[in-house]
Design a protein around this ligand. Structure first.
Ligand SMILES: Nc1ncnc2c1ncn2[C@@H]1O[C@H](COP(=O)(O)OP(=O)(O)OP(=O)(O)O)[C@@H](O)[C@H]1O
Length: 261
């Protein structure tokens, strides 16, 4: 990186991911700057979830490099940088059949490698996170009583409880009603105002349209465009190749275009 340039929040360089015997990502490179809110788009099966799971260490990386805030996640001891990232998966898995209350789910967000035991202060932190997503009155309700939109907000609270510097959300708008979408947009707008960087897997920009700085589009496990978010037209299940960014390629390292004006 040239001298004087600010370290990006996220840099991905020539990332290859193979699941089972199938190569899914074929040299993905991208860059997200601090404070940006970026959509990760593309048709079904283009590799969006595979990519975000590889970023947060759920999927193994075959080759290539992922750096958050200038720290290469493959370096010795570097995985603690992931504590600065809040990951919101596609669906709620909390509880594993055991009834969990909302506050338990959110408190669990504070645990992980290097932090196996709860602290007394965790409950207060979890309450603050629940309040940020408007679920403060539901802390003792079990998760299975939550609607899809409420469950999505609960997952976001679980990510926010760590006060992350970057949020990675996998399809947060899927299967939720329009008022839940609006409240999700409000939460993400608050995060953005606080300088939190976000990478959000989306099929359509919808309620988040005004918040997005730009979109990265995948197709067949490759980045095919970096540019303004274009919601796909109905029945149009493929990314818009008319808007391929000149710096976006499967192996190049596209810098964020300045699209904010
Ligand atoms: N564990 C796995 N083993 C083998 N192939 C997998 C595995 N998980 C995903 N795939 C395949 O990888 C490709 C990309 O899947 P992925 O879920 O990343 O796409 P996506 O863009 O997130 O799709 P969607 O929009 O439908 O969620 C698909 O062809 C999928 O079938």
């Amino acid at each position: 990186m040239p001298a004087g340039e600010v370290t990006p929040a996220l840099e991905v360089d020539d990332l290859h991911v193979t699941l089972g015997s199938t190569a899914i990502l074929h040299g993905v490179s991208l860059c997200v700057d601090h404070g940006d809110t970026v959509a990760l788009m593309g048709a079904n099966g283009s590799g969006k979830s595979t990519l975000v799971k590889a970023l947060v260490g759920i999927n193994p990386i075959e080759s290539g490099r992922v750096s958050f805030f200038g720290t290469d996640t493959s370096a010795r001891g570097a995985r603690r940088v992931l504590r600065r990232i809040g990951y919101v998966p596609q669906r709620i898995h909390a509880g594993g059949g055991v009834p969990s209350t909302a506050i338990e789910v959110v408190r669990a967000g504070l645990l992980g490698p290097g932090r196996l035991f709860a602290r007394t202060s965790d409950t207060a932190k979890a309450r603050r996170a629940l309040a940020r997503v408007g679920l403060e009155k539901r802390e003792n309700d079990t998760v299975h009583t939550f609607s899809g939109g409420q469950a999505q907000r609960l997952l976001i609270a679980r990510a926010l409880v760590r006060e992350p510097e970057m949020l990675i959300l996998d399809e947060p708008l899927a299967g939720i009603d329009s008022s839940s979408k609006d409240s999700l947009a409000h939460t993400i707008a608050q995060m953005k105002a606080e300088g939190v960087t976000s990478l959000i897997v989306l099929h359509e920009t919808g309620a988040l349209d005004d918040l997005l700085d730009y979109a990265i589009t995948l197709d067949g496990g490759r980045v095919v465009s970096v540019g303004p978010p274009h919601p796909p037209e109905p029945g149009h299940d493929h990314p818009d190749h008319d808007h391929v960014h000149p710096h976006a390629s499967a192996t190049a390292h596209p810098r964020t275009p300045d699209l904010k004006d």
